[in-house]
Ligand binder design. Structure first.
Ligand SMILES: [Zn+2]
Length: 121
């Protein structure tokens, strides 16, 4: 590794695609120098996902970066991209909120006494 300290000076990046390609809308990765990575990516299209997206006319952008190495990348990979991505965050929160409301509604429905059905006659 060229005697470089592991994870020193590296950047974790998150790329957001304007629309999903197949099922992927994000790319989370690690690079030594974001500017260089971007230049190489635009020129040589290194990532298969971004190459395919560009070919399909889908625009993409680096929307977030973190200073860190492989350990941070692994930690972030375990998280929902919707939570990490500033572009998708609002939609993610809306989905979470809707799910929470639905759970609360079901809980309430369980708690409420069931109406007695009394057969007359
Ligand atoms: Zn996103």
């Amino acid at each position: 590794m060229g005697g470089k300290r592991r994870g020193a000076g590296t950047t974790v990046y998150l790329v957001h695609l304007d629309e999903p390609y197949r099922h992927a809308q994000h790319l989370l990765g690690l690079c030594g120098n974001l500017e260089k990575w971007l230049a190489r990516q635009r020129r040589a299209k290194v990532s298969p996902l971004l190459r395919a997206a560009s070919r399909s006319g889908i625009a993409w952008e680096v929307v977030r970066t973190w200073a860190g190495g492989p350990d941070l990348l692994r930690r972030l990979q375990a998280q929902s991209r919707g939570r990490l991505c500033p572009r998708c965050h609002a939609a993610y929160l809306q989905r979470q909120y809707a799910a929470r409301r639905e759970r609360a509604r079901r809980k309430r429905a369980r708690r409420e006494p069931q109406p007695h059905r009394r057969e007359v006659g």
